[in-house]
Ligand binder design. Structure first.
Ligand code: HEC
Length: 300
């Protein structure tokens, strides 16, 4: 019925015009979405991430994978040099803060670092006096650095030296434009005493993966049942996997003296315990034989 409005020839021309328009739109879209952004990105300078937190110290990739560190004894520090925010301490605090804390707390300490997204609770905003758990006074911030805040992404920074941690304490305070005082003299005196005392021991730290590798290395498999080739037929028939059977027996305390409970355990665990499932069919005489044969071949 469309022929009532256009002739076949006109329809053909209309459709081919439409086709040309569609192809043109596709080409424009191709340029707009793929080729132009592609050429633009190709010429763009390589983006450098705003912060590069040291891996492992901040939970950036995996909190359990920090570099291993040897243990040491903290030397005493003269409290006079760290209790007040000297320019040198603040400068040191700024460097440490940029290395260790900006990822979460942000460059100005507003709690808006790139790693803060999705943290619950969010990192503390140091410019506000509200919401502090350990407090914004010297002793409170020291405690936070010593122990971290349980149940949050704030971990302890106890591996930093006393002086470095105090530099951070003063720097964190300097980020808040509100009164942090008055300090509790008793708490300050206790801190000063701690700093002055020698012999605080910081234990060595190794990452979890290293600890696991070490455990694996130190694991000694129980000696396998020896001399199975020369063992009596019944024992050879009953043992499918000598190493596993040896481990099973090693875990069965008292199997040497209690033949019946040994039988019960071996039947229950077969064949995963290294013994043949056929042991379930053994008569008491066969168990007695197997028991004495096992005693003969198992290492003492
Ligand atoms: C992985 C993210 C992260 C990093 C890195 C981090 N913090 Fe935090 N921090 C937090 C979070 C989250 C909280 C809030 C804890 C809460 O509210 O329970 C917090 C809280 C704090 C507090 C307030 C504790 C209180 O009393 O409420 C201080 C002080 C603090 N951080 C200092 C530091 C310093 C100094 C560094 C660097 C040495 C640092 N943080 C590095 C996540 C981080």
């Amino acid at each position: 019925m469309i022929e009532a409005y256009v002739t076949r020839e006109e329809l053909r021309r209309l459709l081919s015009a439409l086709l040309v328009v569609i192809i043109f739109i596709c080409l424009v879209a191709l340029f707009a979405f793929l080729i132009i952004p592609g050429t633009r990105n190709a010429n763009a300078p390589i983006a450098v991430p705003a912060v590069n937190p040291p891996q492992g110290q901040t939970g950036w990739l995996d909190v359990t994978e920090y570099p291993p560190e040897a243990g040491y004894t903290v030397p005493p520090v003269d409290p006079k040099t760290v209790m007040t925010p000297t320019p040198a301490l603040l400068a040191r605090g700024k460097v440490l803060f940029e290395q260790n804390c900006v990822a979460c707390h942000g460059p100005e300490g507003h709690g808006d670092g790139p790693a803060a997204k999705g943290l619950n609770p969010p990192p503390r905003n140091f410019s506000q006096p509200t919401g502090w758990i350990n407090g914004y006074q010297i002793e409170g911030i020291w405690k936070t650095l010593q122990e971290g805040v349980k149940g949050s992404a704030m971990v302890e920074y106890d591996y930093l030296s006393t002086k470095d941690r105090m530099a951070l304490v003063h720097y964190v305070q300097s980020l808040g434009d509100f009164s942090h005082g008055p300090e509790d003299p008793a708490k300050l005196a206790a801190l000063a005493k701690l700093f002055a005392s020698a012999g605080q021991v910081v234990p060595p730290k190794i990452p979890v993966s290293m600890a696991m590798a070490k455990l694996e290395e130190e694991y000694v498999a129980p000696a396998p049942l020896w001399n199975l080739a020369g063992a009596p037929a019944l024992a050879r028939r009953s043992i499918l996997d000598p190493a596993r059977a040896a481990r099973t027996l090693a875990g069965l305390s008292g199997w040497r003296t209690d033949e019946r409970s040994m039988a019960r355990e071996l039947v229950r665990g077969a064949p995963a315990n290294g013994f043949s499932p056929a042991v379930a069919t053994y008569t008491p005489e066969q168990w007695r034989d197997l028991h004495s044969q096992l005693e003969g071949i198992a290492s003492p």
